[in-house]
Design a protein around this ligand. Structure first.
Ligand code: ADP
Ligand code: MG
Length: 737
């Protein structure tokens, strides 16, 4: 945590009200001492004004429902607090013979609602007693009978003591409850007491690391007041301000470490200098079948500047699907070649690697440049031959999948490494490739690194996640691209859609049909590619030909299907999400996504990017079950999940700008879900919310930069030095170092 210790922490076990058994429960959530406990913050607060009646909750839900199109409203799952009396409870069995508990409650005005528990129903059965009062917090929903329901609300018995506290106008903290705490019989009431008891002593043990100057300038509270108020605020409004202090500190330290890390890296390593640039690139440029967009030219210049500098390039190239990143990669690889270096481009799937290989080979057909492909599906003998050529330096450009670093390949002066669709790779995979490349270079040298991504990352995320990368962005799409018309299609309207598609196919266009599953599943009510490929071919489009593509096919089969589709042998390609990344067939102008509710926004956007690449107007149809047609089914019945599905699909209808979509996705799902925390190396922030704290992060970054520049030895800011030393002792922080 972000403080300087000035007193000895007390092990949690010895705090009043804890003891050995409860201490274990605290250890499970990484709380080992009283000081740790002070940094276990409430997730919300209750006071007299925040408790709602059932009538008020109904009113709120109805109002929110009217805002269903408002995908900017991130409070899809807002929590409410309710005081209630249990009037009945029943353990029931579902059709699948799964037990669940239904608790019927009443509030003071006599209205009723239900609590439903699917997990540990027996455990909860014991918690509830008929006739007793409880305080509950959770997200309300309306069930199919239009009754107010809470799924798994958190509850506590409510006693007269707390009632008196609330009457007096006290604000009570609600802490996040882990299952380990619950099993050790630590509920909110208990936790409040433990914290209240140790607070005065423990506050004396911590000290701010931020310089007083900054604390004053930003009007932050000092650490003692901040901690006291976050647990027991006198008014809830001030809590946000206090949280900002901790967020700021977190961002500041994170940014500081990033800058530090980056400086170190650049001091330790050099990279090859690509300063030769003969007439060759000019000639290549002039023979391209299209004019580069201004953004493409701009990013090529940025990349070339890096490549000439002798400092290792570490750059993210982001650009929406179809913005033309590949050609930028090709220019960079050619520059490497001219300067006598190999380059490699890695793609996440074999299909994509093969496509890059074909594209690049075609583009460079007239030039004496050797390009090879490395994938896992290759016969061993072929691989061996190619590896040998790579080792001796007879190959200039190597295209591949992760087989590039798994096959024991020895490169020869690999000076530039490019990773396409980089979010598909883990941090570890990237650094492995870097390591292998390093071995092919002289000592102290590392290759230049270019990572490319078509998943536009919201500005804050990019800044945080790739704080040690320079970012180049292509916003402009190539000329002549027509916008993609996107429509939600409810299943009852499929026939109409089929008719439209028939017309389009007759006019010579092609279509994709995408399904979430490969094969029919017994368990899930989700459509599958194999099953529907048959139905589409036999019953719906008998006069057209349908190809089938999915991840379980051999790579030669996949390749030949793709080739045939590209060559126009199939009118329709039925597929799973294997076509999600990079596939490029300009003549395909329709994409139908079945069970579109099962895909995240960014994934839908990626899939949609398969069309809109040619000159005809393109269409994306998002097929969903009729139950999402709230205009017809009555939106009152929609649960939060259903509502957020519709919000996603509506967002798709309303914009094709990948950056806007990414922002919405970030709000709807949060950063962890978008990137996959493990995969992305997303920093494990405790306080920062990447979806909303962009401005604060920028500010912190600015200040960190200034301090690093003006006072590198911390003469004026000795406390920052202390906390950084504490960090380095505790190994990695935020995954840096
Ligand atoms: P992505 O950025 O999604 O990887 P690609 O590099 O695959 O995009 O490019 C998509 C398509 O656009 C390709 O067919 C490519 O040849 C074409 N393309 C790239 N740049 C231009 C341009 N400046 N003008 C016209 N077409 C272009
Ligand atoms: Mg691409």
């Amino acid at each position: 945590m972000y403080y300087i210790l000035k007193g000895e922490p007390t092990p949690i076990q010895f705090l009043k009200g804890v003891g050995p058994a409860r201490a274990k429960a605290f250890h499970k959530i990484e709380i080992f001492s009283d000081v740790d406990l002070l940094f276990y913050f409430p997730r919300s607060y209750i006071n007299r004004t925040s408790i709602l009646t059932i009538k008020q909750i109904y009113a709120k839900l109805l109002k929110d429902n009217f805002f269903i199109q408002d995908f900017d409203n991130s409070n899809v799952k807002e929590e409410v607090t309710l005081l209630c009396k249990v009037i009945d409870k029943k353990l029931k069995s579902s059709r699948g013979n799964k037990k669940f508990l239904v608790v019927t409650i009443k509030d003071f005005s006599g209205d009723t609602a239900n609590f439903v528990y699917w997990q540990y129903p027996e455990y909860y059965d014991k918690i509830f007693e008929r006739g007793r009062y409880y305080i509950a917090y959770g997200s309300p929903e309306l069930d199919y009978h239009n009754e107010l329901t809470f799924h798994h609300p958190e509850v506590e018995k409510f006693d007269s003591f707390e009632e008196i506290e609330l009457q007096k106008g006290t604000t009570l903290p609600i802490y996040p409850m882990s299952s380990s705490l619950k099993t050790a019989k630590i509920n909110n009431k208990v936790l409040r007491k433990i914290i209240k008891d140790c607070l005065p002593q423990t506050l004396l043990k911590v000290e701010d690391f931020l310089p007083d100057k900054i604390i004053l300038e930003y009007g932050f509270l000092n650490i003692q007041d901040a901690l006291r108020n976050i647990h027991f605020p006198t008014n809830v409004e001030e809590v946000e301000k206090i949280k900002n202090k901790f967020k700021f500190e977190e961002a500041f330290l994170y940014e500081f470490l990033l800058i530090h890390h980056r400086n170190n890296f650049q001091e330790q390593w050099v990279a090859p200098i690509f300063d030769k640039n003969n007439g060759f690139l000019k000639k290549f440029h002039s023979t391209l079948p299209f004019e580069l967009t201004n953004d493409q030219k701009k990013v090529i210049t940025q990349i070339f500047t890096d490549l000439k500098s002798g400092k290792p390039m570490n750059r993210l190239l982001q650009g929406d699907v179809g913005s033309g990143k590949t050609i930028v990669a090709v220019f960079s690889m050619l520059l490497a070649k001219i300067n006598g270096y190999q380059s490699a481009i890695m793609a996440p799937t074999e299909i994509l690697a093969e496509q890059h290989y074909l594209n690049i080979t075609n583009l460079l057909y007239d030039y004496p440049i050797s390009i090879e492909l490395i994938t896992g599906g290759q016969p061993a003998r072929e691989r061996k031959l190619i590896s040998e050529k790579i080792r001796t330096g007879a190959v200039d450009i190597i295209v591949g999948t992760h087989a590039l670093f798994e096959g024991g390949i020895e490169f020869n002066k690999l000076g530039l490494v490019i990773i396409d669709e980089q979010h598909r790779f883990g941090v570890a995979q990237r650094s492995k490739l870097r390591e292998i490349a390093r071995k092919s270079l002289p000592e102290k040298y590392v290759p230049h690194f270019l990572v490319m991504s078509a998943t536009p990352i919201p500005r804050t995320l990019a800044m945080t996640l790739y704080g040690d990368l320079d970012v180049s962005t292509i916003k402009e799409l190539p000329k002549g691209r027509k916008p993609i018309v996107t429509k939600i299609v409810f299943e009852e309207n499929l026939e109409e859609m089929y008719n439209f598609i028939r017309q389009q196919l007759r006019a010579g266009n092609q279509a994709y049909f995408v399904y979430p599953l490969i094969e029919k599943s017994e368990k899930l009510e989700v459509k599958s590619a194999i099953e529907h490929w048959e139905i589409l071919q036999k019953n719906i489009f008998p006069e057209f030909s349908c190809g089938l593509l999915h991840g379980r096919m051999k790579s030669i089969e996949k390749e030949s299907v793709m080739k045939d589709f590209k060559a126009g042998k199939y009118n329709i390609l039925v597929s799973t999400t294997v076509i999600e990344v990079g596939i490029d067939v300009p003549n395909a102008n329709i994409i139908v996504i079945e069970n579109s509710e099962r895909f995240g926004l960014s994934q839908l956007h990626q899939l949609r990017g398969r069309v809109g690449r040619g000159s005809s107007k393109s269409y994306c149809f998002l097929v969903v079950n009729n139950k999402y047609n709230f205009n017809k089914t009555n939106s009152l019945f929609a649960d939060t999940n259903e509502r957020s599905v519709l919000a996603r699909l509506k967002a798709m209808e309303q914009t094709t700008d990948g950056f806007v979509i990414a922002e919405i996705d970030l709000k709807l799902r949060g950063p962890g879900d978008i990137l996959g925390v493990q995969q992305s190396g997303l920093p494990p922030f405790k306080f920062i919310n990447l979806a909303t704290d962009g401005e604060l992060i920028s500010k912190a970054r600015e200040i960190a930069n200034t301090i690093k520049k003006t006072d590198p030895n911390f003469r004026f800011y000795p406390k920052i030095k202390v906390i950084l030393e504490k960090f380095s002792k505790e190994k990695k922080y935020f995954g840096i170092g």
